[in-house]
Design a protein around this ligand. Structure first.
Ligand code: GDP
Ligand code: IMO
Ligand code: MG
Length: 433
């Protein structure tokens, strides 16, 4: 049995899209288990660039079946647009992409509420992607959400929507935000959403049948461990379970069927939106990493905050997700850096912390304790063999392994599929058999 979960080990945008695209040909099914079109997963193939938001990155391989699980929230307009964009790039999704009947829908009032609430919070806002993600998961937990399967019963869906729009309008009017026109909204929404019908499946039955037949599944996480609603820097998180456990509930896959976990970590750190970020660099080195790493959001285009690698974060991610290995990405971005720092611990209120503290307020007070390593000052971009890396880069990789407590099985040296090192006799190489 080979069912591997791929998880962001930091605050998202670690390069999950690229890694999933590389691994996908070695799996029969690629499944997303949480999040929505807040995600932006980039895959570069030669001159062509694909940015996937809702659809698993496996879709770019003709032989791969793809599944959007019950743990995902779906905006039908975003879904239809993505299918169309892929079609224009020569990728046909119908017939090999399936959507769970139990996945919740993002309705126009979710997006309106997300925007209105963020505006009301002002400078204390979360910095969400304004895609309605949080309000959609709220309705799910409040048991008033609409699910993809409800589209098979349009009259029922219509009634639920009308009731929810009334409630949303009460809140929107109290904030002074524009109200939703109920009938127009319902008609337009259903018109778009009903296009999902051919994709709807009982996805838990489907994935379990795949596993029972001895086939393999790659579970594609979105966001990252530090954005997980339980384990991340709450309240500056997304509203879903991005960590490995979320893959089981978000797909209806028994946890014992998940046989491996791969964490994706950048060789430095980035974060989009608000919230604490102990190793953030607000100086010229931070600006350099942003420019050299092209750190602009794949979904919203916002500049990403940048900083040194935080081994406290990655170590925490190794623990929470049981990572068998890390894929270390964007090593090439550090090629010209004189000295590289890695955070090994935090100093907080006079204490030295070796473990992630509770709460965003405490993390905001933490000062990183750094170890400094010599840069390699040699071009690594495009390197495909570990032994061809300069010694200082190999030292950096070894130190990351020691500090984070797992092996680095894959190293990414550029955005292209081919710009990748797969290290022999380690978990990633094993999964690519
Ligand atoms: P994801 O959300 O985790 O899939 O990551 P994003 O796609 O949002 O952001 C990663 C960005 O880095 C994308 O633009 C990738 O094309 C790019 N990228 C991935 N790996 C590498 C790498 O090793 N080196 C460089 N320079 N860019 C990379
Ligand atoms: P991928 O999958 C980076 C961040 C937002 C915000 C917080 C909550 O590409 O790594 P939300 O709209 O989810 O309610 O916003 O989470 N965020 C991401 N940051 N990469 C992502 O996805 C993200 N998805 C959400 O910036 O801080
Ligand atoms: Mg991204």
């Amino acid at each position: 049995m080979k069912n591997v979960v791929v998880i962001g080990a930091q605050w998202g945008d670690e390069g999950k899209g690229k890694v999933v695209d590389i691994l996908a040909p070695f799996f029969d099914l690629v499944a997303r288990y949480q999040g929505g079109h807040n995600a932006g997963h980039t895959v570069r193939i030669g001159e062509r660039k694909f940015v996937l938001h809702l659809i698993p990155s496996g879709i770019l391989h003709d032989d791969c079946q793809c599944l959007i699980g019950n743990g995902v929230v779906i905006d039908p307009h975003a879904f239809n647009s993505e299918i169309e964009e892929l079609r224009l790039l020569g990728v046909e999704s119908q017939g090999r992409l399936f959507v769970s009947s139990r996945a919740h829908l993002i309705l126009p009032y979710h997006t309106a509420l997300d925007r209105a609430r963020e505006q009301r919070l002002g400078t204390n806002n979360v910095g969400t992607t304004l895609r309605g993600i949080g309000p959609a998961y709220e309705d799910k937990a409040a048991r008033i959400g609409l699910r993809v399967g409800d589209l098979l019963y349009p009259d029922l869906a219509r009634d639920k929507m009308r009731k929810n729009i009334d409630d949303a309008n009460l809140e929107l009017s109290s904030i002074g935000a524009p109200l939703i026109e109920a009938e127009k909204c319902v008609d337009e929404f259903l018109n778009e959403a009903l296009q999902l019908k051919p994709f709807i499946r009982d996805s838990s039955a489907m994935i379990n049948a795949v596993v029972r037949d001895g086939k393999s599944v790659l579970l594609e996480g979105a966001q990252g461990t530090m954005l997980d609603v339980d384990h991340g820097t709450y309240p500056f998180v997304t509203s879903s379970s991005a960590t490995a456990g979320g893959a089981a509930t978000g797909l209806g896959l028994p946890p014992r069927h998940i046989t491996g976990a791969l964490g994706i970590a950048k060789a430095y750190t980035t974060r989009v939106g608000g919230g604490p970020f102990p190793t953030e660099l607000l100086d010229e080195t931070g600006a350099y990493l942003q420019k050299r790493g092209n750190e602009y959001g794949a979904s919203t285009g916002r500049p990403r905050r940048t900083g040194w690698l935080d081994a406290m974060v990655v170590r925490y991610s190794v623990m929470l997700n049981g990572l068998d290995a890390i894929a270390l990405t964007k090593l090439d971005v550090l090629d010209d850096v004189e000295e590289i720092k890695v955070c090994t611990a935090y100093r907080c209120r006079g204490e030295l912390l070796q473990d992630m503290p509770y709460g965003a307020n405490v993390l905001a007070e933490c000062e990183p304790v750094y170890e400094t390593m010599a840069g390699w000052k040699t071009k690594t971009s495009g390197v495909t063999e570990y032994d061809d890396l300069p010694a200082a880069a190999r030292d950096y990789v070894s130190r990351v392994e020691e500090l984070c407590g797992t092996v680095v099985g894959m190293i990414s040296t550029g955005p292209e599929r081919t710009e990748t090192i797969i290290r022999k006799d380690l978990p990633v190489a094993e999964w690519m058999k």
